[in-house]
Write a protein that binds this ligand. Structure first.
Ligand code: ATP
Length: 631
């Protein structure tokens, strides 16, 4: 359709109320400071017809009229028309778009961006028009599945595209087959360049639009509430990528037929993973199963994914019987994944200070073989878990250990340490988890209240108290209104809970084994800077110790009540017998002399003696008002 002329699209074609805005207003906003201005005059863009509608807006086919001294031509373009954004948010949006536009220039595996414009008050992103997407191609195939060779080839193309964007600091967050476009050479190209993060946090005038940082079916656990269960990071895209590859291979969309709320329950709260076809090539299966680790630090990076696809794509699996999608079986990836990717992310160098690796989120005390050492040799360069030589103080010969068994310590910090920021900021927690420290001292920290990793210098940090799974915690006494709602005891005071999970930003998932709600153990989230550890030894006094015991399990209280009642009953019987014995013996001696009538009287006396320790109503119930039981 290139080369066609067309009149501006009449407003009646839109199915919704249009905001009438002066295009000059947008022009001023968008022709910002970037060198190549992305701004396209609305008069040269003419919408033809809509080809799709997604959670972030609609896609239209349009024509772009370009006129210079040398030529005058029309291009067919695809236009992503976003949901309306409030006027006061346009500056923020424009700054974000400018940055992305600049960074996307010249990337072969990312959809070509023409620029930005407006039509009828809505922001329009003009892109190169591609003939179709992988989603469209899947729809044409039997069962919606693509041949394995195609999946591997497209997978490698896409991983390259994602890596290109990641290397420029852009997270895509919306990887899915409909957003993978196909060029004239049947190469896959990324059709989204991070639109969710362009819009995230901006208030939209339409209150019905729920703002998510992606498309529910493809969203990683941390993507749902990045400030609380985050942060989002490059490995967030590994999850979406793996979902898309599984869908291409199996023809089944992850969590098909489930509502976003149901998906949230499954992925975020129940930690479920999408169905996983197991007849994938081993290296691809290995890397993809790692992509579904709950904690994004344990997922592979896009370089690892690209490596796996590159090495698998040239094998002729279609003829080797791998492509048996007719007999496709499914499984959920087993835990833990084949490889713990977090162990290999930091590439060690000679001269690095290292120590034995600490177990993540564990309270078990460890014996450190290497409390403090220096790498003096790397046995095999490039190997995933090669041997290294570590010089340890006090030992003559260097130790030869696997690189995965140690962690780098720079300026006294190692990835995984609990750290406290020296500067206070109400919006974020002051305590979090160190994700990385560069050799120059730049640090990245996961903190509650931050959607992405906090970046700073090691001098901004100090070591903080570490928390671990299984530890008991309670709110610090000086915290009256905690960041997250905390469970209360019967008396109204704050209860003590047990850490059941630690999220990558240090957010604690705390369970209250002593408290139940609708048959489920009560739980809440906690800011690590607001809690302190509680232990049996630290509880002062018998009452506090008992209260702490109650926190272990809901059954402790009924058990104690039952034991108390039983002990009291035994004691009562014992005391009762002690009191009754001399009297009954006396009566018995009389009975021996006076026959049956006196035997009855003796029985009555014994009953009264036994019942003396019972409260009057219970005694009456058992024995009546002074008379013998009827049976
Ligand atoms: N540049 C393009 N060229 C050709 N077709 C495109 C282009 N961009 C998107 N499309 C197609 O338009 C359709 C709708 O795209 P859209 O991006 O609105 O939907 P979505 O991917 O489901 O949602 P979203 O991206 O908002 O999450 C898809 O089938 C997609 O393949």
């Amino acid at each position: 359709m290139a080369g066609q002329s067309s009149d501006p699209q009449p407003a009646e074609l839109f199915e919704y109320m249009l905001l009438e805005k002066d295009p000059d207003h947008y022009r001023t906003v968008f022709s910002g400071p970037s060198q190549i201005s992305p701004w396209i005059d609305p008069s040269v863009l003419s919408l033809k017809h809509r080809i799709g509608r997604g959670p972030f807006g609609d896609v239209w086919i349009a024509t772009h009229h370009q006129r210079t001294e040398d030529y005058d031509r029309y291009h067919e373009v695809a236009v992503k028309m976003l949901h309306p954004v409030k006027d006061d948010q346009l500056q923020v949006f424009s700054a974000r778009f400018d940055e992305i536009f600049g960074k996307c220039q010249g990337l072969g595996s990312v959809c070509f961006l023409h620029g930005i414009s407006t039509q009828n008050g809505r922001i329009c992103i003009a892109m190169k028009f591609y003939e179709g997407s992988i989603g469209d191609k899947m729809a044409r195939h039997k069962g919606g599945r693509l041949p394995l060779s195609d999946v591997l080839r497209y997978g490698a193309d896409l991983a390259r595209g994602v890596l290109d964007l990641h290397s420029r600091g852009i997270l895509i967050l919306n990887l899915k087959p409909c957003n993978f476009l196909l060029d004239d050479h049947d190469h896959a190209v990324l059709g989204d360049f991070g639109i969710p993060s362009l819009l995230f946090g901006l208030s939209l005038p339409n209150p019905d639009l729920i703002q998510r940082l992606g498309t529910a079916n493809y969203m990683a656990p941390e993507q749902w509430q990045p400030g609380i269960r985050g942060p989002i990071s490059y490995e967030t895209d590994s999850w979406g990528f793996a979902c898309s590859i599984l869908e291409m291979f199996s023809g089944i969309q992850p969590w098909r037929g489930k509502s976003p709320d149901e998906i949230y329950q499954l992925v975020v709260l129940k930690k479920e993973k999408p169905i996983f076809p197991y007849n994938l090539p081993p290296e691809v299966k290995n890397v993809l199963s790692g992509c579904f680790e709950y904690d994004f630090r344990d997922r592979p990076l896009m370089t690892d994914i690209l490596h796996a696809f590159e090495s698998a794509k040239d094998v002729d699996y279609d003829n080797a019987g791998w492509n048996s999608s007719e007999h496709l079986m499914a499984e959920r990836p087993t835990q833990p994944s084949c490889t713990n990717w977090s162990l290999f992310k930091d590439k060690l160098q000679v001269g690095d200070k290292v120590r034995s690796r600490k177990l993540k989120n564990s309270c078990t005390p460890e014996t450190m073989e290497i409390p403090d050492g220096t790498i003096v040799g790397l046995e095999k360069d490039g190997e995933c878990d090669g041997y290294i030589l570590v010089r340890v103080h006090g030992r003559h010969d260097p130790l030869k250990v696997r690189s995965s068994t140690v962690e780098r310590v720079t300026y006294g910090f190692a990835a995984g340490d609990w750290v406290r920021l020296r500067e206070e900021d109400k919006k974020r927690s002051q305590v979090g988890i160190l994700h990385s420290i560069d050799r120059n001292g730049t640090v990245h920290v996961g903190l509650i209240g931050m959607d992405t990793l906090w970046k700073g210098e090691y001098a901004d940090l100090q070591m903080a108290e570490a928390y671990c799974v299984g530890q008991f915690v309670m709110l610090r006494t000086n915290i009256s209104s905690p960041r997250f709602e905390w469970q209360r005891k019967r008396g109204g005071g704050f209860a003590t809970g047990r850490i059941s999970q630690i999220l990558p930003n240090g957010c604690l998932v705390v369970k209250f084994p002593g408290k139940f709600n609708l048959g489920e153990v009560c739980s809440c989230l906690a800011d690590p800077s607001e809690v302190e550890a509680v232990s049996f030894d630290k509880c002062e006094g018998i009452v506090k110790k008992y209260e702490h015991l109650e926190d272990f399990h809901w059954a402790v209280r009924p058990l104690f009540i039952a034991i108390g009642f039983f002990t009291a009953m035994k004691l009562g019987i014992f005391v009762g017998k002690g009191i009754a014995r001399p009297r009954s013996r006396k009566v018995a001696s009389v009975s021996d002399q006076s026959g049956d009538h006196q035997k009855f009287q003796q029985q009555e006396v014994q009953n009264s003696a036994s019942a003396a320790w019972l409260p009057p109503p219970v005694a009456n119930m058992l024995f009546g008002d002074g008379s013998a039981p009827s049976v």
